[in-house]
Design a protein around this ligand. Sequence first.
Ligand code: RB5
Length: 149
Amino acid sequence: MTENKSPIIIGSDHAAFPLKEKLKQFIVEKGIEIQDAGTDGESSVDYSDFGIKVAMAVSKGEYKRGILLCGTGLGMSMVANRFPHVRAALCSDLFSAKMSREHNDSNILVLGGRIVGEALAIELVKAWLETPFEGGRHQQRLDKFDTIR
Ligand code: RB5
């Protein structure tokens, strides 16, 4: 199967800024275009501002997929999942990252920069990027909630 090369929008707060920079490098090296929605340093910011930017872009279909990072990933996943058509998956293990694609067609991967180290984060992103959605019965299940506002 050919790998999905659709562009990605990424955003983080200060707590996960260094991880965002590492992941951007990894994603670019994979030949995937990446749009950085910020933040641009380690000064304290509100994660919600960046979560909204990324989730809105995915919700509107401007980007098919996105990545959000904060300290725990909790705040970003709460923000992102408020937007229609956004299926944000907070993952810190490889099985969940893969299953979030196979069964849930997750379109935003959320990671906690204070939870996962750089090496695991890269493996999580790799698995998430490379795993296709299975469709079928899983699509039927998504259809039941995907447009709830
Ligand atoms: C920032 O200190 C922290 O609250 C934020 O990165 C995130 O973990 C929120 O859920």
